[in-house]
Design a protein around this ligand. Structure first.
Ligand SMILES: Nc1ncnc2c1ncn2[C@@H]1O[C@H](COP(=O)(O)OP(=O)(O)OP(=O)(O)O)[C@@H](O)[C@H]1O
Ligand SMILES: [Mg+2]
Length: 400
């Protein structure tokens, strides 16, 4: 799939942008703070309906537009997918509620019809690589869960709904656990929330297990090429509820051993989680929170059995992330039948020459990639020849 047209209104630095986008590769060259990352952020928003950068959607609305009583940032993307034209429009509307507090609501239209956000996520597919994503590997599990969720949503249409339902159920269950802890009451009131947590949680876990197993295969083989056969990459799922029966005499599972959970059926995970919640009930009332389930999962990135999050060198982490992003591209193509659009922010500057060439070769296979750089000379002359090079300055594009 590929973008054919992008229009932005009052999105970040772009007060107005209305532009046909070429197929294949487009290199956006610009100095610092001209809007390169913001443009990729806008395109990624179309696939995930969320910003990977902003902690609050109001940050996305152009500063001067925010002075208006009602401010609207708009992203409209036309794209071609399986030989059909589609359009997604996203409106971020900043309004004021009756208490005088500002809030932002999202409206999404697919092919001109208003839709629920969950129905549109993953209709347009993109894979984004930002330099600061390296933190995903080294920092908190929350960021790795977010990575899992954003990526799985690209191919699993019901996944976002499962997450929404699950998080709601966890919130309600935690409130009830707290209430039982503080005021007592019949613990069987938990049964309703246990069931919702079990049904949605087991489906999320099942999807994560399958995803990680499939992605690991592709990522490990790319990673092996990138490290010239010296390192073996593994993506080790660390579920907060372990659906595997522990090997006898062993508490927990050692990191070094690859663990296969992909043979487990959904029913097995579901049954196990239901039972575990019941078993833990007394302890969880005492603690006032739900201690197991996908909201506490993690995934570790291991190279030759060593946790890169703790011990990885910057170069190792960079290579791993690159392998991961390339694997995502292949995985989405395999699952959805079409190439995602690749969004690479300043990536080449981070890579040595061989990896740079390796990446450029792989890019040539996809249908469209948008790359940003402050220095166009990082691209090989051959790659530049096959790409369009545009300049970006203060939120305006200039073609050469
Ligand atoms: N809501 C907003 N309204 C107006 N301007 C904004 C808004 N949010 C961010 N900006 C500004 O937009 C500019 C461009 O940011 P962006 O991150 O896209 O730049 P960049 O070209 O990627 O720069 P760098 O090379 O440093 O990464 C920054 O100066 C930033 O402060
Ligand atoms: Mg940038």
């Amino acid at each position: 799939m590929y973008l054919t047209h992008l229009s932005l209104t009052d999105f970040r630095i772009f007060s107005r942008l209305d532009q046909d986008i070429p197929k294949n590769s487009l290199i956006l060259v610009g100095d610092n703070a001209q809007g390169k990352t913001s443009l990729l952020e806008a395109v990624y928003f179309i696939s995930s309906m969320d910003s990977i950068q902003a902690s609050n959607s109001s940050e996305l609305i152009n500063f001067s537009a925010q002075r208006n009583k009602i401010a609207v940032a708009r992203i409209v993307a036309d794209y071609r997918k399986a030989n059909r034209e589609h359009q997604i429009e996203i409106r971020l509307i900043q309004d004021t509620n009756t208490n005088g507090n500002q809030y932002v609501r999202k409206e999404v239209l697919l092919d001109g019809r208003k839709r629920k956000i969950n129905r549109v996520i993953g209709h347009f597919n993109a894979v984004l690589f930002l330099p600061h994503m390296l933190q995903m590997i080294t920092e908190s599990p929350r960021q790795r869960r977010r990575y899992l969720n954003l990526t799985i949503s690209q191919v699993h249409p019901g996944y976002h709904d499962l997450l929404t339902e699950y998080n709601k159920a966890i919130g309600q269950r935690n409130a009830l656990l707290k209430q039982l802890n503080e005021h007592g009451g019949d613990p069987d009131q938990l049964a309703y929330w246990d069931e919702l947590v079990t049904q949605n949680g087991s489906r999320i876990m099942y999807a994560r297990i399958q995803f990680l197993q499939e992605l690991e295969q592709q990522a490990a083989s790319i990673h092996q090429e990138l490290t010239r056969g010296e390192e073996v990459l593994r993506l080790a799922y660390q579920p907060a509820y372990e659906p595997l029966p522990n090997p006898p005499g062993q508490i927990g599972l050692p990191l070094q051993d690859p663990v296969d959970r992909s043979y487990l059926s959904l029913e097995e995970i579901e049954g196990g989680l239901r039972e575990a919640l019941l078993e833990l009930r007394e302890k969880e009332i005492y603690r006032g929170v739900t201690t197991i389930g996908p909201h506490r999962d993690d995934v570790l990135f291991l190279s030759n059995g060593i946790d890169l999050g703790t011990y990885g060198s910057r170069g190792q982490i960079r290579t791993t992330l690159l392998a991961l992003k390339m694997a995502e591209v292949g995985w989405i193509k395999e699952k959805n039948g079409h190439w995602p659009v690749l969004l690479l922010d300043e990536v080449l500057a981070e890579l040595d020459e061989t990896r740079r060439e390796d990446l450029l070769d792989r890019l040539a296979k996809t249908e469209q990639s948008l790359l940003t750089t402050a220095d166009a000379s990082l691209f090989t002359p051959a790659f530049r020849e096959h790409s369009r090079v545009w300049h970006i300055q203060k939120g305006r594009l200039k073609m050469k």
